[in-house]
Design a protein around this ligand. Structure first.
Ligand code: NAD
Length: 433
């Protein structure tokens, strides 16, 4: 079974299936196509299937040319028909892993995907989970569902975990240039999953189990969450002392060893850092462990929007204006610069908090002309990006999109509250938060 699989991979005859055509799954699919593999994308969202078939892109940084090339190659197809999983030799799962309303892991997407694979699983296939999740998921959740097919792992099929490290729109790193950790439940499984990913990434990092691979991904994201919390706390502390955190970071990062810069902001956003750490703290409780660092970092990071709202009140107060009734333009809805992804964006929390104080809030974001329904903030759906004009009482910079760097904010003649250190020169109108 192994030899035949490896031969197919080496000859580029293996067919790759990717389930979940989102920020992770779509580029993964395209990478295999670009390396000469037939690759089938699966999604339950028909609008994504239609869009790709029509040659249009629903992710800003994935170009139309790239999709057109894939379509033209005849190696790429997309479908919502899961019977076609039988055509695949490797099935890679990249579905969402959010938190539920009690802030516990929402495993529904992984479970329903595995249930959709199970009836079509055939001998010799490899199934890889890429979605970020707690250690133990592959063995405790994925494999038992797949084995309902009657097939046995490492006897009839292989199972593996390989975490995604995508950093959307980072010009320095693409899917191909980021090393990929791979873990499986047997040596044969490891050899196979390693062979598959070696076809598309600079190098793979084989580890001894799926649990190590799952834990490595969480460690990477917890490291970021904790360090961002630390720098957010230092910002608040230094600000009270009249010290500019941004200048402190620039100075500290000249140390050539033992320091890595992290930057403060209005709160955490995106599909990973605000969510993934709580997959571990939830699992840790099963072992009687209270993950205090994770909880504390979460607490500090989620308190940042309150700090920003407080600063907005102070700035308006200096002008003799109450927050209630003031018109505020929030610049940037995306969770990070130059992307169109607004999942878990702290900008939503800022809008909610400012509006709860009676402020009248508009947003501007060149990448998000209109807010679509989101899991957490559906009441904002339908709002559209407003023009940047001097009719507002305050401009609040929440995301450092490059396009904002060219705006002459002083000419607007209204105060600007900057949470991203976008405004480099001092002005009586410029304030930091
Ligand atoms: N976005 C990132 O930068 C990033 C980085 C690293 C890791 N991850 C992880 O990768 C995973 C996927 O994230 P994403 O950002 O690509 O999510 P996404 O929401 O952009 O895409 C997920 C896709 O899965 C589809 N889907 C949902 N349920 C399905 C099902 N049962 N069958 C088939 N398709 C289904 C959705 O329609 C959607 O198109 C998550 O676990 C996330 O934590 C994301």
């Amino acid at each position: 079974m192994k030899t035949e699989f490896l031969k197919k991979v080496a000859e580029k005859k293996a067919v790759i299936g990717v389930i979940g055509l989102g920020y992770v799954g779509l580029p993964l699919n395209l990478c295999f196509v670009e390396k000469g593999f037939r690759s089938i994308g699966f999604d339950i969202d028909e609008s994504k299937i239609k869009s790709l078939e029509a040659g249009t892109s629903y992710i800003k940084h994935i170009s139309l040319e790239r999709i057109a090339r894939a379509n033209h190659s005849k190696l790429f197809s997309v479908t919502s028909d899961f019977t076609r999983l039988q055509e695949c030799d490797a099935i890679l799962i990249a579905v969402p892993t959010p938190l539920n309303k009690n802030r516990e892991p929402e495993m529904e997407y992984i479970v329903s995907t595995c249930e959709a694979i199970s009836p079509h699983l055939r001998k010799g296939q490899l199934v890889v989970l890429e979605s970020t999740t707690y250690p133990g998921t592959t063995v405790e959740v994925v494999i038992p569902i797949l084995e309902k097919s009657g097939l046995k792992v490492d006897k009839d099929f292989y199972a593996a975990f390989s975490p995604e490290r995508e950093d959307p729109n980072n010009p320095q790193f693409t899917t191909e240039t980021i090393p990929k950790v791979v873990g499986a439940t047997s040596n044969d499984g490891l050899e196979i999953v390693n062979a598959v990913y070696s076809q598309i990434v600079v190098h793979t990092v084989p580890v001894s189990s799926t649990q190590i691979a799952e834990a490595a991904k969480l460690m990477e994201n917890i490291f970021r969450s904790v360090n961002i919390a630390l720098v957010n706390e230092l910002k608040v502390t230094f600000m009270k002392m009249g010290i500019d955190i941004w200048e402190v970071i620039e100075a500290a990062k000249t140390k050539p060893f033992g320091f890595m810069p992290f930057y403060p902001g209005p709160g955490l956003g995106g599909h990973c850092i605000p969510i993934d750490p709580f997959y571990l703290s939830w699992k840790a409780r099963e072992f009687g462990v209270n993950s205090r660092f994770i909880e504390l970092a979460g607490e500090i990071n989620t308190s940042m929007p309150d700090f920003v709202v407080q600063r907005a009140m102070e700035v308006l107060n200096e002008l003799g204006k109450p927050l209630k009734g003031s018109k505020i333009l929030l610049l940037g809805l995306a969770y990070k610069a130059n992307v169109d992804d607004y999942r878990e964006s702290p900008s939503f929390v800022l809008m909610e908090k400012l509006e709860s104080h009676g402020a009248v809030v508009d947003y501007n974001d060149p990448y998000i002309p209109m807010i679509k329904t989101t899991r957490e903030h559906s009441h904002f759906a339908g709002r559209t990006s407003a023009e940047i004009t001097s009719t507002y009482d305050l401009v609040l910079i929440s995301t450092a999109h490059d396009v904002y760097k060219d705006i002459n904010f002083e000419r607007l003649g209204i105060p600007v509250l900057d949470t991203r250190n976008l405004l480099k020169h001092p002005s009586p109108l410029f304030h930091k938060a």
